[in-house]
Design a protein around this ligand. Structure first.
Ligand code: ADP
Length: 307
């Protein structure tokens, strides 16, 4: 069982040749909308990759975007008992500027994501207590994540933190209550201060995460792949990414984390295999446009892994 605490955003994807310079006006090539938000994407990725039961804790507004975001979770058989509607704000929105080379720049309006509160965690305690993993990212308030992880830790539920978007400061307790931290290179750098260049720098960053109280690390480095280290099992390695032509890297990290959680044993004993699986899953996602539309199913991932 996987519980994701996080955001939902309606994505408006504006495809452009390249980012306009200050003062420059450019032409739109294409406009698309798709369900997204780091939390919702990770839940969809977990559900599609075989995460037996995936539940979602979050908030939508009383608007058409909220309805669409909710329906997207239902379509992937995600349990939405703890998805609440809050009419105080609009649903989260993301404006994705997608360049033809596949790189993206994103502007976000948090909306109801910013209203996810500790009271919502109190409501979800029985759900969290039964989970194998509780996953969170930084698109809902830090205080809420901190509270949820403290509770999960107190009842022995394993926690996975995707510290994205990057934040340099967070409660010390949060990292001590994190069983696996999964940043990309920018986020790893923001927290540890280590400039991520090669495997050696990832090992140094991992050492700092260990010192901060988090014993397992995965650092994803885009088209290069991912590094993992488990201080408890004394294992670490760099796993290269699959060679593909990227069309849209939106949700690469989200797909990676969802797929990882879906395949990971609650004691982390198959971490290496789960990282390989997650690499394959996200390599498929970057070949398609959009966040949730690009997330592959278990059958699609296995078909490639068995080749
Ligand atoms: P984020 O989307 O959070 O920035 P990354 O860019 O590090 O995360 O990507 C996460 C994972 O997705 C990588 O570890 C890799 O497995 C996969 N991935 C990302 N970009 C590519 C790419 N161009 N080709 C193949 N795999 C990729």
């Amino acid at each position: 069982k996987i519980v994701v605490l996080g955001s939902l955003n309606m994505d408006t994807i504006l495809t452009i040749t390249q980012l306009p310079k200050p003062g420059e006006t450019i032409k739109l090539i294409n406009k698309n909308t798709a369900s997204g938000g780091k939390g919702a994407n990770q839940a969809v990725a977990a559900a599609r990759a075989g995460g037996a039961i995936t539940s979602f804790i979050g908030k939508i507004g009383a608007d058409p975007a909220g309805q669409q975001l909710k329906e997207a979770l239902i379509a992937d058989k995600i349990d939405i008992t703890n998805l609440t509607v809050d009419p105080q704000s609009g649903s989260g929105q993301a404006y994705v500027l997608l360049q033809e080379n596949g790189q993206n720049s994103i502007v976000i309006s948090g909306g109801t994501n910013d209203l996810v509160a500790t009271a919502d965690i109190d409501q979800a305690k029985s759900l969290i207590a039964k989970a194998d993993f509780l996953i969170a990212q930084f698109e809902v308030p830090l205080a809420t994540i901190d509270y949820a992880f403290a509770y999960a830790h107190s009842v022995g539920v394993k926690t996975i933190l995707n510290p994205a978007p990057a934040k340099a400061a967070m409660p010390a307790e949060l990292l001590r209550n994190t069983d696996l931290i999964c940043p990309n290179e920018t986020e790893a750098q923001a927290i540890t201060g280590v400039t991520i260049t090669d495997e050696e720098s990832m090992r140094r960053a991992d050492q700092i995460f260990n010192d901060l109280g988090c014993v397992r690390t995965i650092i994803t480095v885009g088209e290069k792949g991912a590094f993992y280290a488990d201080e408890v099992a004394h294992t670490s390695s760099f796993v290269p990414a699959f060679k593909v032509v990227a069309k849209d890297t939106t949700a690469a990290g989200d797909t990676f984390i969802g797929a990882l959680a879906a395949q990971l044993n609650p004691d982390f004993s198959n971490l290496a295999l789960a990282v390989l699986f997650a690499n394959q899953s996200s390599a498929l996602a970057v070949q398609k446009l959009g966040a949730q539309p690009s997330i592959p199913t278990l059958a699609e991932i296995n078909a490639l892994l068995n080749k």
